[in-house]
Design a protein around this ligand. Structure first.
Ligand code: NAP
Length: 546
């Protein structure tokens, strides 16, 4: 933006709604509100659209929802026009798709890019939010909608001494646009979540030496990623309406759903055949549609975990050292009690002569030193480039990194620092006229196909704003009673699963001091949707409206 344009922007402008984010949710939110006739202003910290797909341009980034369901559902023509080239497209294709969507619907004009919202304070008298940015903008809006993403606050400064490192340090979610030359370099990668796995398997053939710093080994599923022809896509497009309805009703917002009945009703041989079937499918179906008991019963969890461990050990040529470092043990945690990544020859990568594992359970990383990474036992692993695939302050970070003040000046950072609570992940008591997507206590905080869940929330928020306008109302806030009831229901649902027993970002346990609560509502995407619709049908029951 030019200096002149910035100057005029610096005078306070007034909107109906301010939206944060130009990712999957933000673009659709701006589209829906604009189409409904609201005066919308949107801010995006990145220099362009894409959200997750703008920031996470690290080598190997791709999604593991099938292309036919990682989609917008508001235009069949748009769906048919966009022709993904494979089942699980890589980041450049998805970023291009979101750019295409923004262009097709002329959405960019509503945004200020390279502009981070720094503060949002609610004025109880005016019943409006005042929003400030790092570029000096001040705007007001009656409603403030966060589409800032669930995994958008990266844990960049993970280790003391990072600034002393002589080479370059990258966090995967802040990957530069220019190509990085790994030729002949010794590269360290810290982290083996879904991100680290993609990086490791992708760059191993490009680097001189790769040192993978592994702490908690992962259960994985091999990705089956066939190419899609235009004819394939034309056929898939014919199923648009059915697929749209389907993903809204399943447990996880994917096409597949639990379809095998109870784990208990099968013999060990039958279970094995079912596991094998899904393993070959090469998708997340083994996890999200095998047996529901895998999420809730130790016996079922141990059974499927043993199956996956066996598969993983085979691929490591039964090497005991590699198995000890890379395959979760029975006592560690159960398959699927945190995010299961899809991978492509990830395990075989460790059979390469230029790849070594640094076992962070044997000795933890102490600090970064000028020439590498120093462990607690004093060993220094020399590297030229350090890649941090160390994850995010998930669910809450996008909002707590902004100074958000609700009634009486209460701070969301402080409130969530004590206890992470929301009303269905759509609002927070004490913060009128704030709407959230991808926030805690909704499926969109983790356990779902993101496009399904985010569109559902955007639709709910948009319909709510339209209903308020129709009734001439200008303030809405979740009641304390309603929020209490949702938190209780959420916790009961969560505590019936094994997920709460495993440490991971799902539980907030990757951040020291973060209150422990399952971030994602895990009662099912279809169930959640039904509950949201019921609230709306009853005139937004549980929300105080004035
Ligand atoms: P993550 O799952 O939180 O993984 C972070 C990794 O860094 C873990 O292996 C963690 O080990 C390690 N780590 C952190 N601090 C460490 C330390 N001090 N020493 C050693 N290791 C340390 O983050 P992520 O991989 O970026 O993935 C986050 C989420 O993004 C995924 O779960 C997924 O939902 C999404 N994602 C999706 C895709 C896809 O669709 N294919 C791809 C990438 C990411 P510990 O486990 O021991 O803490």
């Amino acid at each position: 933006m030019s200096a002149v344009a910035r100057m005029s922007a610096a005078e306070t402008a007034h909107y109906d709604v301010v939206v944060i984010g130009a990712g999957v949710a933000g673009l659709y939110q701006v589209y829906r509100l604009r189409e409904a006739g609201f005066k919308v202003k949107a801010f995006e910290a990145g220099s362009a659209v894409g959200g997750t797909w703008y920031w996470n341009r690290y080598p190997g980034a791709r999604f593991d929802s099938e292309a036919e369901i990682y989609q917008y559902w508001f235009s069949k023509d748009m769906y048919a026009q966009w022709k993904p080239t494979e089942r699980f497209p890589a980041q450049p294709e998805t970023e291009a798709w979101l750019n295409h969507v923004a262009d097709l619907h002329d959405l960019r004009k509503h945004y200020s890019f390279s502009t981070r919202v720094t503060a949002a304070h609610y004025d109880e008298t005016a019943k409006r939010w005042t929003v400030n940015t790092d570029q000096g903008d001040t705007v007001t809006a009656q409603f403030f909608v966060s589409c800032g993403g669930m995994l958008s606050a990266p844990l960049e400064n993970r280790f003391p001494g990072q600034v002393t490192f002589k080479g370059r340090v990258f966090h995967t979610a802040r990957w530069p646009k220019e190509a990085i030359d790994f030729t002949g370099k010794t590269v360290g990668v810290v982290g083996t979540g879904a991100t680290g796995i993609q990086v490791i398997q992708t760059i191993a053939p490009m680097v001189g030496q790769l040192k993978a710093f592994v702490r908690t080994p992962q259960y994985i599923i091999p990705m089956n990623n066939p190419k899609y022809s235009e004819a394939d896509w034309a056929k898939k497009s014919e199923g648009f309406e059915a697929l749209k309805a389907r993903v809204q009703s399943t447990f996880s917002g994917f096409e597949y759903d639990f379809a095998n009945g109870s784990w208990h009703d099968h013999t060990p041989e039958q279970r094995r055949a079912i596991y094998e079937h899904y393993w070959k499918d090469g998708s997340l179906a083994l996890w999200l549609s095998g047996f529901p008991e895998v999420f809730s019963e130790e016996e079922a969890s141990k059974d499927i975990s043993a199956f996956v461990r066996e598969k993983m050990s085979e691929r490591l040529n039964h090497d005991p050292d590699l198995i000890a470092k890379l395959v979760p043990q029975d006592s560690d945690y159960g398959f699927g009690t945190h995010r299961v990544p899809l991978e492509s020859k990830y395990l075989e990568t460790y059979l390469r002569p230029n790849v070594t594992v640094v076992d962070c359970r044997e000795s933890a990383i102490e600090r970064v030193v000028p020439n590498g990474v120093q462990m607690k036992n004093g060993t220094v692993h020399e590297v030229d480039i350090l890649i941090l695939a160390t994850g995010f302050d998930a669910g809450t970070g996008a909002l707590t990194r902004i100074d958000i003040r609700g009634r009486g000046g209460r701070s969301l950072k402080d409130d969530w620092g004590r206890d992470i609570r929301t009303a269905m992940g759509l609002g927070v008591h004490g913060y009128p006229n704030l709407f959230t997507t991808a926030a805690p206590l909704a499926p969109s905080a983790a356990l779902c196909n993101m496009t399904t869940c985010l569109q559902q929330q955007v639709d709910w928020i948009s319909d709510c704003l339209i209903a308020l306008r129709a009734k001439g109302k200008n303030e809405i806030e979740a009641t304390k009673e309603f929020e209490d009831a949702w938190v209780k229901h959420h916790d009961e649902t969560a505590n019936a699963t094994l997920i709460v027993k495993t440490d991971s970002w799902y539980m907030g346990s990757n951040i020291e001091g973060k209150p422990r609560r399952l971030l994602s509502y895990c009662g099912g995407v279809g169930v959640y949707r039904g509950k949201c619709e019921e609230v709306a049908a009853k005139g937004y029951e549980g929300f105080a409206i004035s």
